[in-house]
Ligand binder design. Structure first.
Ligand code: GLU
Length: 367
């Protein structure tokens, strides 16, 4: 498939909607799942790092528990169905990926986990490590404990947040729609929109008119919300139909939402209306390393100022002035204990398994 090839998209998030994974009678669509898993395997062999956001837990669990209305009659039902269905869903993923010689890892997160910067750093580090290890993260919302109501379409936004945390360049939303139309696609004369440069009010109106028809489980509104989030953080997003056998190797019709320029979008998100809670002063060697794209290691830090906590935005200043801003991986107090010390010593100083850097390069924007 030409969409999001490994060369331009080293990291890709694929979101799969419930209707693609589970039949109307509640059984797993295994043949389809094996097809997309074969596609994933091809991409991974080509060097692409792929994480999957998989819906389907509620649909699967509802069948097992014999619950009415697909498990969505009440919030307790939905949460019980999710808890029951999730374990089955993970098992299926482990099996189909295993058949391709791939290893699955399960991550259950809430949108809050990815919006709170402290927890965001944890999710991001775990995802990054799994992807480096060549494992396929299978991600879903932690529906059985999610405090907000479980809504259809949550996983669209979750996929966009996951892309942000993983530093992915592309998000592919697979469902039963092949993209955005200028009006409800059931209306005569509806025109498919192949490309969107910037989600604006006009695009949102199109989505509203589309979802009024109840098309797709998540509807177009949540997909547009996902596109906005993904694009703002530098990831392109595509909506494509998964109603084909090998959706990742078919060049099917889709809508591509083009991201803003990666670097500036990332910078804007990092700044995100936040004021820096502290300043990290680094030596000339570290300043040069950062300019070359490295993470900030404690060995190159001379002094920390401010009462920042893990996840806060900090300013990074070199001998010649400010050079970067980024999210601190440590509270100021712990950062101060690590100053000038080599990474090998950190575990002994802190008494717990350390993070690799004081500010990781994927959460840093050079000025
Ligand atoms: N997390 C839900 C599930 O696994 C799906 C949410 C959605 O429809 O986006 O069933």
């Amino acid at each position: 498939m030409s969409l999001f090839p490994p060369a331009t998209t080293p990291r890709l998030i694929v979101k799969i909607g419930s209707a693609l994974l589970v039949d109307p009678d509640g059984a797993v669509r295994r043949a389809w799942l094996s097809g997309i898993t074969a596609d994933l395997a091809v991409r991974i062999r080509e060097g692409q790092q792929v994480a999957v956001v998989s819906s389907g837990a509620i649909a699967l669990g509802a069948r097992r528990l014999g619950l009415a209305k697909g498990g969505r009659a009440s919030l307790e039902d939905a949460q019980a169905a999710a808890a029951t269905g999730q374990i089955a869903l993970s098992q299926v993923w482990a099996e189909v990926l295993g058949a391709e010689g791939l290893t699955a890892a399960q991550m259950l997160v809430t949108l809050d986990d990815l919006e709170d910067r402290r927890r965001y750093l944890n999710a991001s580090a775990t995802l990054g490590r799994l992807l480096q290890l060549g494992v396929v993260p299978i991600i879903n919302e932690n529906d059985s404990v999610a405090t907000a109501e479980i809504r259809f379409g949550d996983n669209d936004r979750l996929a966009a947040r996951v892309a942000q945390a993983a530093g992915a360049q592309g998000v592919l939303l697979l469902s039963d729609v092949d993209g955005l139309y200028d009006r409800n696609p059931a209306e005569p004369g509806a025109v498919h929109v192949p490309r969107v440069e910037g989600v604006d009010a006009r695009i949102e109106t199109m989505a509203d008119r589309g979802s009024a028809s109840g098309m797709g489980s998540g509807g177009m509104v949540s997909k547009i919300a996902a596109a906005r989030i993904a694009n703002a953080t530098g990831a392109h997003l595509a909506i494509a139909s998964g109603r084909v056998d090998r959706p990742l190797s078919t060049d099917a019709r889709h809508t591509l939402f083009v991201a803003e320029k990666t670097a500036s979008a990332r910078k804007a998100w990092l700044a995100g209306g936040l004021t820096a809670r502290g300043t990290v002063h680094v030596d000339a060697g570290a300043a040069k390393a950062l300019a070359d794209g490295a993470s900030l290691l404690a060995a190159g830090v001379k002094r920390v100022e401010g009462a920042f906590v893990r996840g806060d935005l900090v300013a990074i200043t070199g001998p010649d002035g400010p050079i970067a801003r980024g999210l601190a991986e440590y509270d100021a107090e712990d950062a101060a204990r690590l100053l000038g010390r080599r990474s090998e010593d950190h575990a002994a100083i802190l008494g717990y398994a350390p993070r690799a850097a004081l500010v990781h390069r994927s959460h840093m924007a050079l000025l």
